[in-house]
Design a protein around this ligand. Structure first.
Ligand SMILES: N[C@@H](CCC(=O)N[C@@H](CS)C(=O)NCC(=O)O)C(=O)O
Length: 267
């Protein structure tokens, strides 16, 4: 008999995992948690055969009916199909296409930009404290080559990284476009809260964790949208309650980096 329970491989502060947990909580799905946290360089924490579930060795992955599914946006779509009772996809095909276009922004550069900003501001300090040998081992096993090459530059150069200005501009453009859309509608796609809102809200929280929110505090449609989602019980259960073990470091290094980040944000 197949196992219809949903298992999620994840860890607290991963943005890709946060969006999956948010949909799980919105839908009220029963699930089992398996923590896989390699993000501080502890590759020995990767379960045996994890690459069979996700060739990139990243989280999140969900397993149900004996099948593993990777890529957070694919997982959101899968959960909509597997648990259709409460839907977070608009009915109208044009609205649905718009939802998918917003979600695609994540895979078309936003997630990579978020990683660059995170590594330049804070992760590099965590990796460098752990020593060259551990870092080399962590990088040697990285199968996503863009991630590996970007990390190498971002760890070495930090706030001087040539990738950081572009990453910040990616977010500035994204936030401006979201704010413009939200000045005309309550939600990103169609008239209701959808997968697009669920997928993107996690980056507001991530950038906020680096103390960057003064940079978009004038974008009031965006901040109002964020507050409305953050007030939802599912958001608390999926994101706030799971916490972030690196929160203090994000705050400390984010404050120290603020002037440089603000200058690069202005372009
Ligand atoms: N495109 C993937 C990206 C997944 C990803 O970047 N996962 C990160 C956390 S957000 C991870 O596994 N990090 C582990 C590490 O850095 O070692 C998705 O959307 O699922």
């Amino acid at each position: 008999m197949s196992d219809r329970t949903l298992t999620l491989y994840h860890y607290d502060r991963s943005t890709a995992a946060q969006r999956v947990r948010l949909l799980i909580e919105e839908k009220g799905i029963d699930w089992t948690s398996v923590i896989v946290d390699t993000s501080r360089g502890d590759i020995d924490d990767l379960p045996d055969n994890y690459h069979a579930l996700n060739p990139k060795g990243l989280i999140p992955v969900v397993v149900r009916n004996g099948r593993g599914i990777a890529e957070s946006n694919v997982i959101l779509d899968y959960l909509e199909d597997a648990y259709p009772e409460t839907s977070f996809r608009p009915e109208n095909p044009e609205d649905r296409a718009e939802m998918r276009l917003w979600m695609r922004r994540i895979d078309d550069g936003v997630h990579v930009a978020s990683r660059t900003i995170g590594v330049c501001i804070v992760n590099r300090h965590i990796y460098l404290e752990q020593g060259a040998e551990k870092l080399a081992r962590y990088h040697a096993q990285m199968r996503d080559l863009v991630r590996r090459d970007n990390d190498a530059v971002n760890i070495e150069k930090g706030l001087e990284s040539p990738l950081l200005p572009g990453a910040l501009q990616t977010f500035r453009t994204l936030f401006e476009q979201m704010n413009a859309r939200l000045s005309r509608h309550d939600w990103l796609a169609g008239d209701a809260y959808s997968l697009a809102d669920i997928a993107l809200v996690v980056y507001l929280r991530r950038m906020e964790s680096f103390q960057m929110s003064p940079l978009w505090s004038h974008m009031t449609h965006l901040t109002d949208w964020y507050d409305r989602i953050a007030a939802r019980p599912a958001y608390k259960a999926a994101i706030v309650d799971w916490g972030d073990i690196t929160r203090a470091k994000r705050t400390e290094h984010g404050k120290a980096a603020f002037d440089t980040i603000a200058r690069l944000w202005e372009g």
